[in-house]
Design a protein around this ligand. Structure first.
Ligand code: 0O2
Length: 247
């Protein structure tokens, strides 16, 4: 399988990475690629699957946008600040399967990896994180597969975020395919920390020194404190708005 991939890996990867950078992901990639290079079957199958995962992202994205719009109309507040999306690249899929000593095949990828389609939802306040998660998960066509609450139970390094893996049905021409989508929901402040921590970790070739690790944990605590303080201010403002309206 790897041998077959290797033959076309370079073309496919550069094509896909370009598309992902343009945030268009892989819509009509099959058509464009077919005209550029002669595809072999595994690559074609991979791209077909990529399109289904892309559809999973679109479904979740639309559902979240609808919830955000409705919330704005009803409560004069957008819980979502912004969203980011990504499809896992072919090389990170292969690396992850190898790292877990799993077979490198399309079947194994579908069966074992739940983060091929990823959506990151950046919310304004901590309460928005839970509200959005609850509203999404209770929809009748959404199946919750996994929930990791790193806000209530932060990781040792200070990482905070709510992680969900949900399954959403994709209606194709001849079948309905349930697709797993990983959703990371966190506040702007938590995202600020996670982005910098990720950058620092990947930039340093050596292990992160203990002192730096402790400082990062301290920063995460400060940020969390700030999050709850901002939420308090937001709630106070809401109350005073309501008081003014009713007087
Ligand atoms: P990428 O490129 O970000 O997608 P699993 O994904 O299930 O094999 P794990 O660690 O059990 O592995 O899953 P978990 O805890 O749900 O974390 C998955 C993703 O959360 C990671 O994806 C990161 O995006 C993010 N994440 C988890 N822990 C940290 C952390 O300590 N710091 C930061 N900055 N991000 C974190 P990947 O797989 O790393 O890759």
């Amino acid at each position: 399988m790897i041998k077959l991939y290797k033959k076309y890996l370079k073309e496919v990867l550069s094509f896909m990475n370009n598309r992902i950078m343009q945030k268009e992901i892989v819509t009509d990639s099959l058509g464009s690629l077919n005209s550029q290079i002669k595809l072999n079957q595994p690559v074609k199958e991979f791209l077909v699957l990529q399109q289904v995962y892309e559809a999973g992202i679109k479904e979740i994205r639309t559902k979240l946008e609808i919830l955000d719009d409705e919330f704005k109309i009803k409560h004069d507040h957008n819980p979502i600040h912004h969203m980011e999306y990504r499809l896992k690249s072919l090389d990170s899929i292969v690396n992850k399967l190898k790292k877990r000593n799993l077979e490198v095949s399309l079947e194994s990828m579908v069966e074992n990896l739940t983060d091929i389609a990823g959506v990151r939802v950046i919310c304004n306040y901590v309460s928005d994180v839970y509200r959005i998660a609850e509203l999404l998960v209770k929809q009748s066509d959404i199946k919750l597969i996994q929930k990791k609450d790193y806000i209530k139970h932060p990781k040792e390094n200070g990482y905070r975020s709510l992680h969900l893996v949900v399954e959403v049905p994709i209606f194709l021409a001849e079948r309905v395919q349930p697709i797993a989508v990983e959703i990371q929901i966190r506040t702007i402040a938590m995202d600020f920390w996670a982005s910098l921590e990720h950058h620092l970790r990947y930039k340093s070739d050596s292990e992160v020194p203990d002192g730096v690790r402790d400082e990062l944990i301290e920063c995460a605590k400060t940020i969390s404190h700030l999050d709850y303080k901002m939420q308090g201010i937001h709630e106070e403002l809401n109350k005073s708005k309501k008081r003014i309206k009713s007087s």
